[in-house]
Design a protein around this ligand. Sequence first.
Ligand SMILES: Cc1cc2nc3c(=O)[nH]c(=O)nc-3n(C[C@H](O)[C@H](O)[C@H](O)COP(=O)(O)OP(=O)(O)OC[C@H]3O[C@@H](n4cnc5c(N)ncnc54)[C@H](O)[C@@H]3O)c2cc1C
Length: 411
Amino acid sequence: MKQIEVDTLVIGAGLLGSSVAMHLAKLGVKDVRVVDLDLDGSQSSSELNAGGVRATWVQPINIQMSKLSIEFFSTVAMDVGYRPCGYLWLHTEKTYASGLKARERQIEFGWPVENWTPAQLRDKVPFIDKTEDLAGALFAPRDGLLNPNLLKSYYRGQAKKNGAIFDDRIWVSKAKNSQGSWWIDCQEFPPMLSSEERSRLFSNTSGGSVPSSAVQYKAKNVVNCAGPWASQIARVLGYECPSQPVRRQVCIFDCRGVDLTPYGMIVDTSGVYFHPEATNGLAGFANPDEPPGFNFHYDGEEFFMEQVWSKLYERSTYFERLRHITGWAGLYEVSPDETGIVGEVTLGEVGRAGGVFEAHSFSGHGVMHSYSAGLVLAEKIKTGKYQTLDVSILNGDRFAKGALIHETQII
Ligand SMILES: Cc1cc2nc3c(=O)[nH]c(=O)nc-3n(C[C@H](O)[C@H](O)[C@H](O)COP(=O)(O)OP(=O)(O)OC[C@H]3O[C@@H](n4cnc5c(N)ncnc54)[C@H](O)[C@@H]3O)c2cc1C
């Protein structure tokens, strides 16, 4: 059996795993290894998201995490495709007061947010012409969009430049702690693993008849960055994580005469969000009735008509002619308070054994928190302390303690 000894083993090479690896390597940690069943990330959330980044949150920790990330994205804007094209939140009477309260807090943290009347909104965004139900709109010009694939390549490039290694087609299946080290048993699959075989593994069944060879990693530290599969990896490591995968769908539509390109992300009062995607539009809606599970099925035209078009048409007469082009389904990794889990695992035997860390369960906002989460967790792993930002309240023990983070500005 192949055996590889490393300092820190990161499980999952999505945006979170790649960011953690980059920061660890930059901090001078030698022998950082990242393993993933599929480095291309065909079913990873990092591959299937909407690319929005915003600091327009209610909870200070979420504002701070986003601000730290977005300020970084702006320094490498060309490399990661970041555009500060803004988030525009539309509000009815029911949500406006809480939106304004959150705005005060966002401004306190140094995040500018403009408050528009419905008349100003119609003036600035003329295609929004059904505004009778609106009390106002809040526009954050430094929120925006980026290209998640470029961001992942950037993290990985920097990680590799500083010595981190990424191993592809590795499936983590067992782990034990002995004599102060973690022994992680994995299967290494050949290059021809088909997407069906990958799907079987991902949905926690089996690799089928595909031959694989055993590989074992010995590590001082292990980091769970397995996104929607984080609860499975937690179980492999010997602790419980309360997060669940939940399907989320997005579609691409033909705008038919409405030019969305001057605008950024627009969040309608219905919960539908949309933004320009080249010359088309991209829209998503988080169905509150979606059951948890590893469901990647895209409902196609039906999703577009029932969940998106019907709501957008209520906002603009110009949207009557929108046409569905395509779309896809990915997974949100949803924690009980819809906020990310970052920190050292302190629960049960794992906590006593030490050396297990985690960054996952961002519940639909892992792109925007990937930089800051990777940075602070790498600092914690390397020095034992958070340095840039104390994120202790994001520790996974908050659920057992009943110290949930009540974020409400979720889409
Ligand atoms: C439709 C949709 C829209 C979204 N829109 C936004 C947005 O606008 N803005 C935003 O900030 N966020 C958004 N998100 C959320 C964001 O995409 C995720 O929070 C983020 O990508 C999570 O990254 P991750 O690295 O934690 O997980 P992932 O990218 O899923 O990576 C986890 C990796 O772990 C690997 N893995 C799992 N189990 C194993 C195992 N046993 N062995 C080996 N490898 C394993 C997988 O192969 C995978 O590559 C959206 C998500 C979806 C689905």
